[in-house]
Design a protein around this ligand. Structure first.
Ligand code: F6P
Length: 345
């Protein structure tokens, strides 16, 4: 009998998910003779037995499409003993032999817990934030960086024309990867990241020093999780938390723009790029990376190496213990941040 492999995508979507699904299904069917079942909307699909067929036809024409044909959600199957039991029961009822779980640290953490209870789980790290332990890079990250870089390029010209300060707030949760990569690529005049609380006076000095050299505009990139040294905590959109206990970050861009305007006299604007960073077609790099992850994931299923996820180490895709993903957030490489500082001002 053919083996039946489930696939789900959990957490915030990111460009490259469809390329990954396509790669795993194509190789799984063509080389290993597997059958596939898509679980809709992340773990919710398993808990509620909502599925869709995943055959060659279903994955045709999706390589370049953003989002995920499976849908996604932040449902946590490991939040209670009852939901863990439900997930285990439905995994058996659906007749699954293995489950490929594509997600961020929360989704992969849940996969690890369910693996320990008996599900043949294989993880694949995904997020635009690039903040998952066990891999040098997640797919979707470079696409998000390109989107932010393109936006910064455009903001330079309008900021310069109006002699304004534009504060660009970007995603990344508690890691400054997107801010730093895009800030370097886009020539930001200052980059503020969660890993290093900032001093508002330093930001204003940078803007004023630029003015003294005849530069009457500035672009400041701020990560949504960045905060001033004097603040106890980061800014949030509201107090709501998701099933994994995450708050929605956001608001620092506006706060900073107002403060900068008050202190420097420069008219200031905040631009919040938000979910634009997650949408649309993946870059060529992300299409290739997610294709490689998809191939590696189905190879792990074939080899029966469960409880592992795929990781990028240097230029190689290697198997990594699933538990590593949930251990802690992979924060910014501070050497890279130091490089970005050379161009501040
Ligand atoms: O984790 C990915 C991410 O895009 C973060 O950068 C951001 O903070 C969060 O998701 C936004 O979540 P939501 O889609 O629930 O608003």
């Amino acid at each position: 009998m053919k083996k039946l492999i489930g696939i789900l995508t959990g957490g915030g979507d990111c460009p490259g998910l469809n390329a990954l699904i396509r790669a795993a299904v194509r190789k799984g069917i063509d080389l290993y003779g597997f059958e596939f079942l898509g679980l809709k909307d992340g773990w919710a699909g398993l808990l509620e037995m909502r599925t869709m067929p995943l055959d060659r036809k279903a994955v045709s024409g999706i390589l370049y499409r953003g989002g995920t044909i499976l849908g996604s959600s932040r449902t946590n199957p490991a939040k209670s003993e009852e939901t863990i039991e439900k997930a285990m029961e439905n995994y058996r009822k659906l007749g699954l032999d293995a489950l490929i779980v594509i997600g961020g640290d929360d989704t992969l953490g849940a996969a690890n817990k369910l693996y320990r209870r008996g599900i043949n789980a294989i993880g694949v790290p995904k997020t635009i934030d690039n903040d998952i332990m066990g891999t040098d890079m997640t797919f979707g990250f470079i696409t998000a960086v390109q989107i932010v870089t393109d936006a910064i390029d455009r903001l330079h010209t309008t900021a310069e024309s109006h002699h304004r300060v534009i504060v660009v707030e970007v995603m990344g949760r508690h890691a400054g990867w997107i801010a730093t990569y895009a800030g370097i690529a886009g020539g930001a005049h200052m980059i503020l990241v969660p890993e290093e609380p900032f001093n508002i006076e330093d930001v204003c000095s940078c803007i004023n020093e630029r003015k003294e050299t005849g530069k009457n505009y500035s672009i400041i990139v701020v990560a949504e999780g960045a905060k001033p040294v004097e603040a106890d905590t980061f800014e949030t959109v509201n107090n709501e938390i998701d099933e994994f206990g995450n708050v929605r970050l956001g608001g620092i861009g506006n706060t900073l723009a107002k403060e900068v305007e008050k202190r420097t006299g420069f008219e200031s604007r905040a631009v919040v790029l938000g979910h634009t960073q997650r949408g649309g077609t993946p870059t060529a790099f992300d299409r290739v990376l997610s294709t490689r992850y998809g191939i590696a994931a189905i190879d792990l299923v074939h080899q029966g190496k469960f409880g592992m996820m795929t990781g990028l180490r240097g230029t190689e895709i290697v198997p990594v213990d699933l538990k590593v993903a949930a251990e802690k957030t992979r924060t910014l490489d501070m050497e890279l941040y130091e490089i970005s500082k050379v161009f501040f001002g």
